[in-house]
Ligand binder design. Structure first.
Ligand SMILES: Nc1ncnc2c1ncn2[C@@H]1O[C@H](COP(=O)(O)OP(=O)(O)O)[C@@H](O)[C@H]1O
Ligand SMILES: [Mg+2]
Length: 183
């Protein structure tokens, strides 16, 4: 069973594969239940043709573990709700992937465990790329950034089990407050 958090994981891994040093993740839920998920990276980017190709199935530039379904599957699940996925990218200028999900649509996937997803990304890449997470909903907003957290904790590495547990816990509290009860 897929959920939106797993799609976020896929998209963030694309950014990491593209050599990003900074990945910004914005999740915003509006009054009408429309969830906009935007992932912006400073990785190698794509030509418009490559971005178009990437939305067709089995387009991958990976040479190992070829799959090439991350973007098209996410787009298909967004479209099932009446939303979409779009790519804005340019070579050497990075990439922004924007997905919209109409969360009140019967076919919308659950949000999933966003806290666990972000914590897993941090645990797998403690020295970067940096992740800047911003969460917005009608109930408020919050933010989390690895660069700031790394500075505060220095010299304790981000992938220390206690640190990952703390990140998971505090993100879970934030997501429960902001996105809890929506579905
Ligand atoms: N953030 C990104 N920056 C640069 N290229 C990307 C990005 N996301 C996707 N791509 C390109 O699109 C292709 C397809 O991505 P995806 O559908 O997730 O499949 P996969 O990751 O399995 O290759 C990738 O192989 C890559 O060439
Ligand atoms: Mg992928």
């Amino acid at each position: 069973m897929r959920d939106i958090s797993l799609h976020l994981m896929d998209l963030a891994q694309n950014s990491i594969a593209a050599g990003a040093r900074l990945i910004s993740v914005d999740l915003a839920l509006d009054d009408n239940g429309v969830l906009t998920m935007r992932i912006t990276d400073d990785g190698r980017g794509m030509t418009p043709e490559a971005a178009q190709r990437a939305l067709g199935p089995f387009a991958t530039t990976r040479t190992t573990r070829k799959v090439g379904l991350g973007l098209p599957l996410t787009q298909a699940n967004a479209r099932l709700t009446g939303g979409d996925l779009t790519i804005a990218s340019a070579p050497n200028e990075g990439t922004t992937v924007t997905c919209t999900f109409y969360t009140r649509h019967i076919d919308c996937l659950p949000l999933g465990d966003l806290a666990q997803t972000i914590a897993a990304l941090v645990a797998a890449h403690p020295d970067g790329p940096d992740i800047e997470l911003s969460l917005t909903s009608p109930k408020g907003e919050s933010a989390f950034g690895t660069a700031e957290t790394r500075d505060i904790l220095h010299p304790v590495p981000l992938d220390t089990p206690e640190v990952i547990a703390w990140i998971t816990q505090s993100l879970r509290e934030q997501t429960d407050v902001l996105f809890g009860g929506e579905r």
